[in-house]
Design a protein around this ligand. Sequence first.
Ligand SMILES: [Zn+2]
Length: 71
Amino acid sequence: MTKPTEARPPDWDLGDWEKALTIRVGTAHVCRHCGNLVMVTRGGVGVMELRCCGHVMEQEHLPSRGGKGGQ
Ligand SMILES: [Zn+2]
């Protein structure tokens, strides 16, 4: 065990990283425990890990307005 504990993602290429690090306006994060909802109103690049009730909030995909009604 000579390797230091290096946090290395398995097989992510640059595209995956860009996607993961891009914070999009309109993205919602919801807490499954208390129903708290957080909306992103300013985009950017970075890591966003919202926490509520001691857990990481889940990303919620809201239906976009004016889009094609699938269902
Ligand atoms: Zn909560």
